[in-house]
Design a binder for this molecule. Structure first.
Ligand code: M7G
Length: 330
C-alpha cells in the first residue's frame, strides 16, 4: 500500500485551502450557517473531474469515483438512499409518471420524484491520498493469519509508518468537528467515549442505523492492544452505547450488532453499532469481532488478543500483504 501523502487526509492537520473550504462549508451548513456558505457548498462538485470509477454496485446503488477537485486528488462517493415509508404520500402525490410499457395487468413506469425526495448521499474526501483511492477500489482479497509474533514483527512496524491519519477522530473528541452530531458522550478520560453517527449513515431511517463509539483514550490502536485492563472501558461503551441508542432511536440491544474491526482502517479504538439485519460493509466474520465476545475473551484470558492468532482479509495491493508475503507468511 503506497503511503504517498498519507498524512494529507481531508480535515487533517496541514490540509490545504480547498479541504478547509469543504470542511468549513460542511460544518457551517451542519450548524445552519448563512446562505453564502450554503451556496458555496452547492458548487463544490461542479469543479470535479472524473479520473476513473473505482467501484460501483447496481445492487447497493452506489459508485466510488476517483477524480480531481481544483487540481487536488479527490474521492467522491455517491449513494442512492432507501425509500422511506413516511415520504410515500408526498412521493405519490408530487411525482410525474412516465409509462414505460403496459402488458395485461402489468405496467412499468419511470417516476420523477420531487427533488427533495431524490437526494443522493455524497461523501467527498479531498485531498485524497493514494491509500484512500486504494481503499475504495474493488479488488481481490486474501485471508491472512497473524500470530501475536507476526503482529509485533510485521503488522505493528507497518501500521506505525503507513496508517491513515486519525485527525478526524481527534477533531470529534475535541469538538472541532461534528459536535452537533454527538448522540451521547461520557467524558471520563479513562472509560469515556463519544457516540455519533458514522458518516456512512444518512440518518433518515433506523433500518440502516450505523453509529460509532470513539474512546477518549488515545493510546489503544486496535483489538491487539486490548487486555483485561480495558474491560471497564469496553463494558462502559457496550452498556452506555446500547442505552443511548435505545433512548434516541428506540432500538433495543437485541436489534444491534456491536463490534470492532480487525484490521481497522483507523488505529484509534472505536466500536461499530449497526442495526441487525442491515448488511453494513465490513460486518462479515472475517473482519468483525463482536464486543460481547471480546469482553468475555478478555475476562477468561487477560492477554487473549496479545497472544491469539487473528485472521483478516487484505486487498491484493495492500502493502501489509506484501510484508506478510516477504516474511513467508502467505
Ligand atoms: P474502521 O474499522 O477503522 O474502518 O472504521 P473502515 O472504514 O474500513 O470500516 C472507521 C469508521 O469510521 C467507518 O465506519 C467509517 O465510515 C467511519 N468514519 C470515517 N471517517 C473519516 C469519518 C468521519 O470523518 N466522521 C464520521 N462520523 N465517521 C467516519
Amino acid at each position: 500500500m503506497a503511503d504517498t501523502g498519507s498524512k494529507r487526509e481531508a480535515g487533517g492537520a496541514g490540509s490545504d485551502e480547498l479541504s478547509q473550504r469543504v470542511k468549513r462549508v460542511k460544518t457551517d451548513s451542519e450548524n445552519g450557517a448563512g446562505d453564502v456558505k450554503e451556496h458555496e457548498s452547492e458548487k463544490i462538485l461542479s469543479e470535479f473531474t472524473t479520473t476513473s470509477v473505482l467501484s460501483d454496485s447496481a445492487r447497493e446503488k452506489n459508485i466510488f469515483i476517483h477524480g480531481k477537485l481544483a487540481d487536488q486528488e479527490a474521492v467522491v462517493i455517491l449513494e442512492k438512499t432507501p425509500i422511506r415509508e413516511d415520504t410515500l404520500a408526498e412521493l405519490f402525490s408530487g411525482s410525474k409518471l412516465k409509462l414505460e410499457m403496459r402488458n395485461d395487468i402489468y405496467s412499468t413506469y419511470w417516476l420523477q420524484a420531487p427533488p427533495q425526495l431524490n437526494d443522493i448521499k455524497t461523501t467527498v474526501v479531498c485531498p485524497a491520498t493514494e491509500k484512500h483511492v486504494k481503499k475504495y477500489q474493488r479488488q481481490e482479497s486474501f485471508l491472512v493469519e497473524e500470530t501475536g509474533k507476526d503482529y509485533q514483527s510485521i503488522t505493528l512496524p507497518y501500521i506505525q509508518k503507513q496508517s491513515f491519519s486519525v485527525q478526524w477522530v481527534h477533531n470529534i473528541l475535541e469538538k472541532k468537528a461534528e459536535a452537533d452530531r454527538i448522540v451521547y458522550e461520557d467524558p471520563d478520560p479513562a472509560v469515556g467515549f463519544v457516540l455519533l453517527p458514522d458518516f456512512k449513515w444518512d440518518q433518515k431511517q433506523v433500518d440502516n442505523l450505523y453509529l460509532i463509539a470513539i474512546a477518549h483514550q488515545r493510546d489503544i490502536k486496535s483489538l491487539r492492544d486490548l487486555t483485561s485492563e480495558h474491560l471497564p472501558l469496553l463494558q462502559n461503551i457496550f452498556h452506555k452505547g446500547k442505552e443511548a441508542i435505545l433512548q434516541r432511536y428506540n432500538l433495543p440491544a437485541s436489534k444491534l450488532r456491536v463490534y470492532l474491526h480487525y484490521q481497522p482502517s483507523y488505529y484509534h479504538l472505536h466500536v461499530h453499532f449497526t442495526k441487525l439485519g442491515y448488511e453494513a460493509p465490513g460486518c462479515g466474520v472475517e473482519r468483525a469481532h463482536l464486543l460481547a465476545d471480546v469482553i468475555q475473551n478478555l475476562q477468561s484470558d487477560a492477554q487473549f488478543y496479545k497472544t491469539r492468532t487473528l485472521y483478516f482479509p487484505l486487498r491484493a495491493d495492500d502493502g501489509l500483504l506484501s510484508k506478510f508475503k516477504e516474511a513467508g507468511r502467505l
